[in-house]
Design a protein around this ligand. Structure first.
Ligand SMILES: Cc1cc2nc3c(=O)[nH]c(=O)nc-3n(C[C@H](O)[C@H](O)[C@H](O)COP(=O)(O)O)c2cc1C
Length: 337
């Protein structure tokens, strides 16, 4: 996969499942990261081709829990992000999925206590030897590109030093979230500190932080010198941020997202969480839509809430026809109803 001059959908837990990834790609994202999946969880999964939906699932053995769902359509652009604190376990997780995705990324930026206490995410930033072990092990044993996503350290010079060590492992690119571990999302991203890293490295840097409009892609590129740009919240709120013709009305984007959730039978928790975030940004959860969404327990409830019964019925009655296209390498497109 080529990492230069790309628009990238950032990894987002619960949000970056198949419907949002495909929607972002339709609007113009070149590379789409999946949500972080912890290696412990992934190694308990088996790969299953899901003939009914027309996708490939990684399902926790002994359960029907889908941990990761992907499809042929995104094969050349989807990145599997793993949460890990151990090179061998990370490799085992990556080997399960590497034939179905375009690249593997290691999360080295997550500040949540769950990650830190497990030695994962941002905890890795303090362990350059372990970083080198994980990245080198993945790179030597996988045929697809390996990358990582970091945050800034307290001292800019230390971040540059760490980035140089990361580059030496031979990975294909590094994504830099321009915030420090202790920073909150409302703190402005430090584009100037991303620029220091870009200046020090030869591999592509993917700049991340505070991209909310299409024009911000160019602004952050100019400010940092980075070749590629990654957007998280801007894309979660309105996936058409990737469209060069400008953002579409969020109600239209929301409808497309719901239809993709139906088409790919998305986990209701993911669909609900993503819609909740959109509503909280553009509207208010206290209004009837938000209240009804909170009460929804199944995808069918969400279908009723948004008046998508006809579409739901069409998809469910025509899965065989839709999936036939998938098998032939064409892609599933349900007509407008
Ligand atoms: C809902 C949500 C979930 C996130 N989950 C992940 C994740 O799984 N892995 C990761 O590396 N970063 C995760 N992040 C961080 C984003 O990828 C990104 O680095 C951060 O939000 C800054 O980008 P932004 O200013 O465009 O939002 C998440 C952010 C949000 C808002």
């Amino acid at each position: 996969m080529e990492y230069r001059n790309k628009l990238v959908l950032a990894p987002m837990v619960r949000v970056g499942t198949l419907p949002l990834r495909l929607l972002a790609a339709e609007y113009g994202a070149d590379i789409t990261y999946g949500e972080e999946i912890i290696d412990h969880k992934m190694v308990k999964c088996e790969r299953r081709v899901n003939e009914n939906i027309g996708c490939t699932d990684f399902v926790e053995k002994g359960t029907e829990t889908v941990v990761f769902r992907t499809c042929l359509q995104e094969r050349n652009q989807v990145v599997f992000q793993v949460g890990t604190s151990d090179a061998v376990r990370a490799l085992n997780a990556a080997q399960l999925v590497c034939k179905d995705v375009a690249a593997i990324d290691v999360n080295m930026g997550c500040p949540r206590s769950f990650s830190i206490s497990g030695g994962m995410g941002a905890a890795l930033l303090r362990k350059p030897e372990l970083i080198a072990d994980i990245l080198t092990t993945l790179r030597r044993n996988l045929d697809i590109p390996v990358t990582c996503k970091i945050r800034l350290l307290k001292c800019p010079q230390d971040t540059v030093e760490l980035a140089r060590r990361i580059e030496k492992t031979g990975i294909s690119a590094v994504a830099v979230h321009g915030r420090k571990v202790a920073d909150r999302p409302r703190d402005p991203a430090k584009w100037n500190e991303i620029a220091d890293i870009v200046a020090a490295l030869s591999i592509p840097v993917i700049a991340n932080g505070d991209v909310f409009e299409y024009g911000d892609f160019e602004r952050i590129k100019v400010a940092t010198g980075a070749t590629s740009v990654m957007a998280a919240r801007g894309a979660l709120w309105n996936a058409s941020i990737f469209s060069p013709v400008g953002k579409l009305d969020w109600e239209d984007v929301k409808r497309q997202y719901i239809r993709k959730s139906i088409l790919w039978d998305n986990d209701v928790k993911s669909t609900k969480h993503t819609l909740r975030e959109m509503i909280m940004h553009y509207s208010c959860l206290e209004l009837p839509e938000g209240k009804d969404l909170i009460k929804s327990e199944t995808l069918a409830d969400i279908v009723r809430l948004y008046g998508e019964e006809k579409y739901y019925q069409f998809v469910n009655e025509n899965r065989t026809m839709l999936n036939g296209g998938h098998r032939e390498g064409k892609f599933m497109v349900a007509p407008e109803i």
